[in-house]
Design a protein around this ligand. Structure first.
Ligand SMILES: [Zn+2]
Length: 750
């Protein structure tokens, strides 16, 4: 092992997508054949080197201060390929085939990374499988950095976390996997690497494997790995929460350096965590204090953070998590309201905060003074409070709310009012966002397209989408959501209490990015948000057109949240605002309203003890939206992006009339969790829209037959997994035709 000290200031990871979304563009150009593999490789190499240079210029200049968390698509897939848990070698196309599928292959499943809005690819494993590491994947990253003058710290997801996140969870693979990590470590050492960063965030979450077993696997894996001579120093990290039960184990293992997440968020959930860390981390282990919040955008209170640093006696400062969850820099924002802007810190500003914290109040006097000023002005600002909102919320009943009449009676009323065929077909809301729509939006934004012209362009689009659905024979239509840049941002722009950024892109998965809005104060709805588009679409058809809303939990989950009130307060406020929209849609003659909650699972606390109270307020905020809806108004909800088995009772508790839910990638697995308590009608997705593959009629028929083994035909809907906005019409048209044909085939067999 080496003697190079751990840097005094570092970060856990930096946004990989590029300040100008260079990675997104490179990936999409490569996938569409506009650039070849060599150009793709040189472009992405240049992005990595530019990022290292940028980070050094920001002040991360010590050796190993810069983490090389540089996966092209996903860091879990990257580690799985490197250690050989997933076979793929160094082949670019194989990597992308695993991530996205091909005409003949289904991609790996994708799901949420801890309680963030980032999605990782789930390694598919099998007992007794081969595990052949490919150390070259990581060694070449280190070497290319070195050639450019940087000693970067390579990054891997740890073996226990990797297996716990794989499918199925196959602990018998652990010894072979640990051996593979040992080989990768040896290769890094051979390449002259002094520090490697290995993340074991599984210790902050309660998973199916009991805590005691996780602790045992950690002990086994890491005593072997740390026992080897030929390895770099190990920096073991525990982002996304408090390690709780695993902390004593990690402490005893004595890695050379240990990271703990000390974000305000984590310390709120586990107030004695600082004390736990003091007790369990051995003096031989270099403690690295994750004091700068890696996943929210509020500027740190440096004085308050310094107290924790001093209490711990730690000498290295880092972020609580990778900065991949926040935008690059505030410098790219010109339109944020000035007050709110001063309260914020994005990735680059957080690096400055970490450096100031390391330097201390004497050496970083100016930064500490500025931080104190921000803390005071924000605390005193009237912008955060809205008396009218407080009053309205005060009139709502406490506890759970219940729509009347109950489902059975509503179902009857809706059957009579809507008169839909058996196994009704529908889509989830969005249709392809074509280059024309994007151009129109851009032109409208920069003023070259007038409001009237923009409206005209959108109406044109809606008309085409309605005509296409009529022609294909879909039963419940959608307007296509052409007016929405994003299902959360669109609402955030129209609600008070939010600000939106111009350039605050954050990677969601692969090349997909979102621009999360920021909730900074009390939320209310100054005017209707969706009524105009829904009524226009409905005027074009005799079939029902669904009104489309994003639910309160999802709006909150995909935004940066307030840290000055409980999440439940913002959720109630958004729920009340959306209830006004439901009333306006009903008044405009819309009979079906969908309230999307794809993120219900995402905010689920990582610790089981915190879950019931979360689910209570989350379900309440959804119910607030629909509580006064007419019995004949059919309320749909939609969930996707993860497995809902664990929270299926809460999904049932939403009390929607129809629930559409992602199911195609996992081949209808979730239906096993559905029992009589799940009373709503249900549309398990039969087309995986994350992949460009067109599903065949036979394949959809098979999925529908599988669904019918769990769901009575009178309750089953036929729909894709999610909206179609990322797909192309070439894929959408044949897929929807196949979907309708499959439904017809299933009906004909009955
Ligand atoms: Zn969805």
């Amino acid at each position: 092992m080496s003697t190079v000290a751990f840097p005094t200031t570092t970060i856990e990871g930096y946004p990989r997508i590029g300040a100008q979304r260079e990675l997104k563009r490179a990936l999409e150009s490569y996938w569409s054949g506009q650039i070849d593999a060599d150009t793709f490789r040189s472009t992405t190499r240049a992005l990595r080197i530019d990022t290292y240079n940028h980070l050094r210029d920001l002040g991360l200049s010590e050796p190993y201060a810069i983490p090389a968390d540089v996966a092209l698509y996903d860091h879990v897939l990257e580690t799985a390929l490197t250690v050989g848990l997933v076979a793929g070698g160094t082949d670019l196309d194989e990597e992308f085939a695993l991530a996205r599928g091909t005409a003949t292959r289904v991609p790996l499943e994708m799901t949420k990374w801890f309680d963030t809005n980032y999605h990782y690819l789930v390694p598919e494993v099998a007992a007794g499988q081969e595990i052949t590491p490919v150390p070259d994947r990581i060694v070449r990253i280190v070497e290319e950095a070195r050639e450019a003058g940087h000693q970067v710290r390579p990054y891997l997801v740890g073996p226990v976390t990797l297996l716990a996140l794989s499918k199925p969870v196959e602990w018998s693979l652990l010894p072979a996997l640990v051996d593979a990590y040992a080989q990768v470590f040896a290769a890094l050492r051979q390449a002259g690497v002094e520090w490697v960063q290995v993340a074991e965030p599984i210790v902050v979450a309660d998973v199916d494997t009991p805590d005691a077993d996780i602790a045992r696997y950690l002990g086994e894996a890491w005593s072997t790995l740390l026992g080897a001579d030929a390895r770099p120093n190990v920096y073991l990290t525990t982002p996304y929460g408090a390690a709780d039960a695993a902390l004593p184990v990690l402490g005893e293992l004595k890695p050379e350096a240990l990271h703990v997440d000390l974000s305000p968020w984590t310390l709120q959930a586990t107030p004695d965590y600082v004390e736990q860390v003091r007790t369990h981390v051995a003096p031989e282990t270099h403690l690295v204090a994750g004091l700068i919040d890696g996943r929210n955008v509020w500027a740190a209170d440096l004085a308050e953070r310094t107290e924790i640093l001093t209490t711990l006696g730690a000498t290295s400062v880092t972020t609580s998590t990778s900065l991949q969850h926040v935008p690059h820099t505030l410098k790219a924002e010109r339109n944020l309201p000035v007050d709110v802007a001063t309260w914020l810190a994005f990735a680059d500003e957080k690096i400055a905060e970490a450096l100031a914290l390391s330097a201390g109040p004497q050496d970083a006097e100016v930064a500490f003074a500025a931080s104190a000023r921000v803390a005071r002005t924000r605390a005193e600002s009237p912008l955060r409070h809205d008396e009218a909102v407080a009053k309205r919320l005060g009139t709502l009943p406490a506890g759970q709310v219940q729509r009347q009449p109950l489902f059975a009676e509503r179902q009857q009323a809706q059957r009579e009012a809507l008169n839909l065929p058996s196994l009704p077909t529908t889509t989830i809301g969005s249709f392809p966002q074509t280059p024309e729509i994007r151009q129109a939006r851009a032109a409208h934004r920069n003023g070259t397209l007038s409001d009237a012209q923009y409206k005209e362009a959108l109406q044109q689009e809606i008309k085409q989408v309605i005509e296409l659905q009529e022609e294909i024979g879909i039963d419940v239509l959608v307007h296509g959501e052409a007016e929405r840049n994003d299902m959360v941002q669109y609402f955030a722009e129209l609600l008070d209490g939010f600000v939106v950024t111009e350039n605050g892109w954050v990677q969601s998965y692969g090349s997909r990015c979102t621009r999360p809005p920021i909730v900074y104060g009390d939320v209310s709805r100054p005017a209707p948000m969706t009524v105009e588009w829904a009524t226009y679409a409905q005027s074009l058809s005799n079939k029902p057109v669904k009104g489309m809303l994003t639910g309160p939990v999802t709006i909150l989950a995909w935004s940066f949240k307030r840290d000055d009130v409980p999440l439940s307060v913002s959720a109630d406020q958004i729920g009340a605002a959306l209830a006004d929209e439901v009333r306006d849609l009903e008044e405009a003659g819309i009979s079906i309203i969908q309230i999307d909650e794809p993120a219900l699972r995402e905010l689920l606390p990582l610790r089981a003890k915190d879950r019931p109270s979360y689910l209570d307020w989350a379900v309440r905020s959804f119910r607030l939206v629909a509580v006064d809806a007419k019995p004949t108004t059919q309320i749909h909800t939609h969930l996707c992006y993860s497995e809902f088995g664990q929270i299926i009772d809460a999904v049932a508790g939403l009390d929607a009339d129809v629930t559409s839910i992602e199911a195609a990638r996992s081949r209808m697995e979730l239906l096993a969790d559905i029992d009589e308590t799940f009373h709503s009608e249900i549309g398990p997705g039969v087309w995986d829209i994350h992949s460009p593959r067109v599903p065949s009629v036979e394949e959809i028929v098979e999925l529908l037959q599988a669904a019918l083994r769990h769901v009575p035909a009178e309750h089953l809907w036929v729909n894709p997994d999610c909206g179609l906005k990322t797909r192309k019409y070439e894929e959408v048209e044949p897929s929807l035709r196949n979907l309708v044909a499959a439904r017809d085939a299933v009906l004909a067999q009955r």
